[in-house]
Each structure stands twice: as C-alpha cells, then as structure tokens.
Design a protein around this ligand. Structure first.
Ligand SMILES: C[C@H](O)[C@H](O)[C@H]1CNC2=NC(N)=NC(=O)C2=N1
Length: 193
C-alpha cells in the first residue's frame, strides 16, 4: 500500500512542477532591485574586490522587465544545427542586462551564464532542481546544476554543441528567473539592504 502512495505522491509532485513550469509563461514582473545572493552582497554590486576575474557582472541596473518578459516568452530552438556559432562576448554582455542576477563567466575560453541562490535547506535545493528541470525538458535545453554546502545552488547555462552562448541560453536563464521561489529561498537571501 505504501508503495502505491509513494508513486502517487511522486506523480502529484511532478505534476505540480510541470504546472509551475508552464506558469512561468504568466510572467511575474522582474524586479530590478538589487537581490542579495549568498554572502549578502547585492548581485549588481559593482564591487569587484575578490571577484573571479573571469566573471563579468551586468552593467549597473538592468533592462526593464518588459525585455526580460519578452525573452522568457520565447522558446529555445534545436541547437544541433551545424551553422550555429557561439555569440561574441559583446553580444553576450548586451543580452546579460535582460537576465537579472546572472553573470558571464569564462572557463577555458568558453563563455557561460552563471547564477547562485541560497536556499532554505538541502531538500529545497532538490525542489529547485525539479522546477528548473521541468523548464529544461520543456525547452530541450539544459543547464549544469550544482548543489553545494547543502543549501547553495549554482547554475551554469551554456550550449554544449557550440561550446559557448547562443540565444537559447538567455531564454533559459530568463525562464529560470521567472520561477516563483516563494518558500524555497533562504530568509537571508531574500533580505534587501
Ligand atoms: C538534440 C538536442 O537538441 C541536444 O541534445 C540538446 C539537449 N540539451 C542541450 N542543452 C545545452 N545546454 N546544450 C546543448 O548543446 C544541448 N543539446
């Protein structure tokens, strides 16, 4: 009997994630207020002390929520086409302003989008992964997910087939930004200075 209940619970859980993934198309306004991430520094803080020199922060402020909403409404195109090439760093920096809280990183000359969240606990981290997975499966475009120090989530988004960034990556980042993380984020992470 328990087994049946477990399966049933899993089914409900997956349905709720899928419905939330669909819900991201009804986009909550993206706030441009500085969001504290992890160590309590606002994400768009221009303080570069101690920052990894491979990380590019978005310019101060960000695009209006309209551009972010438009980006999140788009769908990812299949990325296995031969004539797809990674975008330049300048193009990436322009699009970066439409994805609140994400930053550009380079690893071995390979451009990626990177964002971190501090969550309530380990299980909320797995819930977050489920929410992101629903979007990724819907879009056929997948992020690299890291859950470290039990409640710190780091997400890297890049296109493996072209070894760099294309529009898909910014669409995925905008959709992830649209997730309702109410009850998942650590209290400290959501405190505004
Ligand atoms: C055929 C299908 O488009 C590919 O396997 C997809 C799957 N998801 C993907 N996700 C990412 N981030 N990069 C890829 O190159 C990629 N390829």
């Amino acid at each position: 009997m328990i087994r049946g209940a477990t399966v049933h619970a899993r089914l409900l859980l997956s349905r709720s994630y899928a419905s939330q993934a669909k819900a991201t198309s009804r986009w909550p306004l993206v706030s441009c207020k500085p969001l504290l991430l992890g160590r309590g520094r606002p994400f768009n803080h221009m303080d570069t002390r101690g920052r990894d020199e491979n990380k590019v922060l978005p310019a101060r402020g960000c695009h209006t929520s309209t551009e972010s909403q438009e980006l999140a409404k788009k769908s990812c195109a299949p990325c296995n086409s031969k004539d797809l090439h990674p975008m330049s760093e300048d193009s990436a920096k322009k699009l970066l302003e439409q994805v609140n809280g994400w930053e550009l990183t380079t690893e071995g000359g390979l451009l990626k989008l990177h964002k971190e969240w501090k969550l309530k606990n380990f299980v909320k981290g797995l819930e977050f992964f489920q929410l992101v997975a629903a979007i990724a499966e819907e879009e056929g475009h997948h992020p690299d997910l890291h859950l470290v120090g039990w409640n710190n989530v780091k997400v890297d988004v890049w296109t493996h087939s072209v070894r760099g960034l294309i529009d898909n990556d910014f669409i995925l980042a905008a959709k992830i930004n649209g997730l309702n993380l109410e009850g998942i984020l650590s209290k400290r992470a959501s405190v505004h200075k």
